[in-house]
Design a protein around this ligand. Structure first.
Ligand SMILES: Cc1cc2nc3c(=O)[nH]c(=O)nc-3n(C[C@H](O)[C@H](O)[C@H](O)COP(=O)(O)OP(=O)(O)OC[C@H]3O[C@@H](n4cnc5c(N)ncnc54)[C@H](O)[C@@H]3O)c2cc1C
Length: 436
């Protein structure tokens, strides 16, 4: 059994094992309720909704904790996609838990659902902070609904999302105050599970980056203009020889310079050389448009390396790279780190020749390549968009290669299904999205 498969089975197994444990805790804790009348059953279901709610919240936290074993197995973009999907399911339990409990206890006390809920908030231990926590989580969830998020800048969305942690902390107290995990082994299991997740967050979101940034003290060494809207930012630092990353990976960077503090993800655009790190940034919005203002000497907080868009994920020793626009950055790092005379082909698309950056490095790499311009007709360059036919013309054996795609979402949405239909199996289809 491959190591990768074993690891996937292990983590999925752990997820399911905890679901069983929660089921066991609920059944043993609520056995009388489950056999009781309608009110009892509503209360039992309300308790179960609460346990599953907290469990999903813990899974959500692990998915964005940059927990290395999982990040290396699935990649941050897949973890993020799962985080979003579970987020929608989680909102359902946020309503079900208080609704079912208020309904069940309301029947018993001959009160309406609202009266009973107010009674909980007013008199049950830790239910008021839990209610505030629930509202904080709900607001962050609503801001993440794609339609609503599309009206927000990334920063507004981000600072509306981070209070989630406070919401989760506020909602914790009432869980061990009453119900199925309020005593004995069930409570110890619950505390251990929650402590484990908070331990992972503390380690991977704070301690590991703290140690790495203390060890390497990253600083901007120089900023180089590559094209009218792309600049390369070089970082230097201490003990850089000990800082390793795989070509294709990325990092989240925070530059401690006035007005530039907000963190952004960028791919390493050159392979590791132990001397400098290079990130190449296209002006796509308010922060990236100011990247050229970064001053040499500026301290940098670097979280990473992250991502699984690397040659190490490849299953063959033949590659097809398809890059669109600034999506060239991780791909160039991989192309430049290939062994000499590697059997690889690069298809690099941009709007105009001016938008094609690093053409000298591509040429120097010795990898066969073609340039496709969608907004300019020019001799020696192909005109139009990257299509399967165009790629297959230059790379007829594409189905037997590892295919790496990075570029605008529209390009990925058009090419991924076409490449699958052309016989490229999922495990040899690697892609990185620059939109989270
Ligand atoms: C894994 C990854 C690797 C990337 N590598 C590169 C690279 O090598 N070179 C490059 O030029 N760009 C890269 N990007 C894209 C880059 O992060 C965004 O263009 C940049 O964050 C835009 O910020 P802005 O404030 O200028 O634009 P805005 O106008 O604020 O946003 C433009 C778009 O970028 C997204 N975005 C904004 N801020 C962030 C953030 N902090 N985190 C995530 N997404 C954000 C927004 O959702 C929006 O879709 C990468 C993105 C990801 C996810």
């Amino acid at each position: 059994m491959g190591k990768l498969l074993f690891k996937k089975l292990f983590w999925n197994g752990l997820f399911i094992a905890n679901l069983y444990a929660i089921g066991y805790v609920w059944i043993t804790g609520s056995v009388d309720l489950i056999r009781g009348d309608a009110a009892d059953i509503l209360i039992a279901c309300g308790r179960l909704a609460g346990l599953l709610l907290q469990y999903l919240i813990l899974v959500e936290l692990v998915l964005v904790s940059r927990f290395k074993p999982l990040e290396q197995l699935y990649g941050f973009d897949k973890e993020n996609a799962l985080h979003r999907r579970i987020g929608y399911a989680l909102v359902g339990f946020l309503f079900l838990h208080p609704l079912l409990l208020s309904w069940g206890y309301g029947i018993r006390a001959d009160r309406s659902i609202v009266e009973q809920f107010v009674g909980f908030v007013a008199s049950w231990e830790d239910v008021l902070p839990a209610t505030i926590g629930t509202l904080v989580i709900l607001v962050a969830g609503i801001l993440s609904i794609p339609k609503i998020r599309s009206y927000l800048t990334y920063e507004v969305w981000y600072f509306g999302h981070v209070p989630m942690y406070l919401g989760v902390a506020l909602a914790f107290g009432h869980q061990t105050a009453s119900g199925d995990v309020a005593f004995g082994g069930a409570m110890r299991y619950w505390l251990a599970l929650n402590a484990a997740v908070f331990g992972v967050i503390l380690a991977y979101r704070f301690m590991v980056p703290l140690f790495k940034n203390w060890k390497h003290r990253f600083r901007v060494s120089r900023v180089v203009r590559e094209s009218p809207d792309v600049v390369s930012v070089y970082l230097t630092g201490k003990r850089l020889r000990a800082f390793h990353f795989d070509a294709g990976q990325w990092a989240r960077l925070i530059f401690f310079q006035r007005g530039m503090w907000h963190g952004h993800p960028f791919s390493f655009s050159a392979p590791y050389d132990g001397k400098e790190l290079r990130f190449s940034i296209k002006a796509l919005g308010d922060w990236t448009a100011r990247a050229e203002e970064l001053c040499p000497g500026t301290r940098v907080w670097l979280e990473g390396p992250l991502g699984t868009f690397t040659l190490a994920q490849g299953r063959t020793n033949k590659q097809l790279f398809i890059a669109g626009g600034i999506g060239i950055t991780p791909i160039l790092a991989m192309v430049r780190s290939l062994p000499h005379k590697a059997d690889a082909f690069l298809c690099y698309a941009a709007r105009t020749r001016t938008d094609l950056v690093f053409t000298r490095e591509v040429a120097k790499s010795g990898v066969r390549h073609m340039y496709v311009l969608s907004g300019e007709v020019c001799g020696g360059y192909e005109t139009g968009y990257v299509t399967l036919e165009r790629v297959r013309y230059h790379c007829p054996d594409l189905a037997s290669r590892d295919v790496y795609l990075c570029g605008p979402s529209a390009m990925l949405e058009a090419l991924l299904p076409a490449l699958r239909a052309a016989g490229v199996p999922e495990e040899r289809l690697h892609h990185e999205r620059f939109g989270m």
